[in-house]
Write a protein that binds this ligand. Structure first.
Ligand code: ASP
Length: 451
């Protein structure tokens, strides 16, 4: 049987095993469609009972996301500290770090290449050119020309912002990248100071264990949480929006499928002996939660729990997965490349091959600076458009168009972002002899996640 079929079947089997969340998802879609249908009364007034239900679902969904997000910062910090401390041997740490960067880079470069090639070939923006004001399009074309001539970009500020001025302020603001940078440096320092580090490492071990316990409890709420989130998202837009942007959506779907069915399996097959189908089936629970929450950070506790239950060592999980959930955003990069090409085509701006490469490079940077939270990729899209010289007004006009449907796309890209994190963790674990294949092949293991 062809590999992509095996993967889809494996995902299907995994979904079957996690039926309660999947049911939440399906019911959420159905409820969302019905609510959207009856949101407005025939006389044009708002249907107050439907608005009340949507409001209530919105509250439930937001509470679910908050519950799970509340454990993210303690989890990330403690996972990195004990991850690095438990690696101990700085050679192994260096080796794992290099491999992690290599695999994440390969996956993300593949994503932006797929996104730019598909958008250049199928031109998703052409279909909406009629909706764009002619004068606005001419102005945009001029601005892009000027910006390309004086291309500075704002990359330097991005790099500066990665270093926390005050780590406590970064933690209070939930700025994931500076937090990660600080946690990494702090953890490496701890691993170098010998026995005096023991009490602090012990403290973080307790924090980690407690946050994982809280995660187990929160996961009992996954089905209603995913139901509420999906229903609210779907109820907020109509099906009409799909027609003008169908090529855009198809390109995104095809691009993501290529990542899922070709790029990830290739990375696994070339660099490890992890059985692709078995592994994909093993990680479906976090994937569904990622789909429902549209957040790789919020899914992180579950991704770690699931990967550990299926045989990836704690050492690898606690090092690779938190970094991946924040920095490895291949699906976001793919989305950003396609979205920028879509917008420039809609404005009638022709990008030269070098400019397309520039868009792709900016997408890699912009996606890595996106936090693993809902909508982050749409916000950092502004970085690329700015680099192209488009003003904020044009940018928001363009984004408003994409905004309406972003939540659904975000669900898919978050799911993919989490998949690639888990794939890289498995490949590194295999390379480092840190993958217990008996546990991986034990299909009963993921049931324990909720125990
Ligand atoms: N929501 C995505 C994630 O958490 C990031 C994005 O907006 O693309 O992975």
């Amino acid at each position: 049987m062809k590999l992509h079929m095996q993967i889809l079947i494996a995902l299907g089997l995994g979904i079957k095993r996690n039926g309660h969340i999947f049911l939440g998802l399906i019911l959420g879609i159905i409820a969302g469609v019905i609510l959207h249908q009856y949101k407005v009364l025939p006389n044009g007034d708002i249907n107050t009972s439907v608005a009340y239900i949507i409001g209530a679902l919105d509250v439930i969904g937001k509470m679910f996301i908050r519950l799970i997000q509340m454990v993210v910062i303690p989890l990330v910090c403690s996972a990195i500290v004990i991850g690095i401390a438990s690696v101990g041997d700085s050679n192994q740490l260096g080796k794992m770090g290099k491999k992690m960067i290599l695999y994440y880079a390969l996956i993300t470069v593949a994503a932006v290449t797929i996104g730019s090639v598909l958008s250049a070939l199928f031109k998703p923006g052409i279909g909406v050119q009629t909706y764009v004001n002619h004068t606005a399009a001419l102005t945009a074309q001029e601005q892009v020309k000027e910006a390309v001539l004086a291309q500075q970009g704002n990359l330097s500020q991005l790099f500066i912002n990665m270093i926390p001025e005050n780590p406590i302020a970064s933690i209070a603001n939930g700025d994931m990248i500076p937090i990660l940078v600080f946690a990494l440096i702090f953890a490496i320092a701890l691993s170098k100071v010998g026995d005096v580090a023991r009490p602090i490492v012990g403290f973080f071990e307790s924090v980690f264990a407690a946050t994982m316990k809280v995660t187990d409890w929160i996961m009992y709420l996954a089905a209603p949480g995913v139901f509420a989130l999906t229903a609210t998202a779907i109820s907020s837009f109509g099906t009409g929006i799909f027609t003008g942007i169908s090529t855009y959506l198809i390109i995104l779907a095809v691009g993501m499928l290529i990542q899922l069915c070709l790029v990830y399996p290739l990375i696994m097959k070339i660099f490890s002996k992890v059985p692709v189908a078995t592994y994909f089936a093993a990680i479906t629970e976090p994937l569904m939660v990622a789909f429902g929450t549209a957040s790789s950070s919020a899914t992180l506790p579950l991704t770690i729990a699931c990967c550990e239950k299926r045989g990836i060592s704690h050492k690898v999980c606690s090092f690779v997965l938190p970094l991946g959930a924040t920095l490895n955003m291949d699906a976001t990069a793919l989305f950003q490349t396609v979205a920028v090409m879509f917008l420039t085509q809609a404005y009638g701006i022709t990008l030269e091959p070098m400019q397309i490469v520039m868009v792709a490079v900016f997408a890699i940077v912009a996606s890595s600076t996106s936090a693993g939270i809902p909508g982050a990729g749409l916000i950092t899209l502004a970085i690329i458009l700015n680099a192209l010289g488009l003003t904020s007004q044009q940018l928001w006009e363009g984004l408003a168009f994409l905004f309406a449907i972003d939540r659904i796309i975000d669900m898919f890209r978050s799911m993919l972002n989490v998949t690639s994190d888990a794939v890289v963790a498995a490949v590194i674990a295999d390379n480092e002899g840190e993958l217990n294949y008996d546990m991986l092949n034990n299909t009963d293991a993921d049931r324990d996640i909720l125990d």
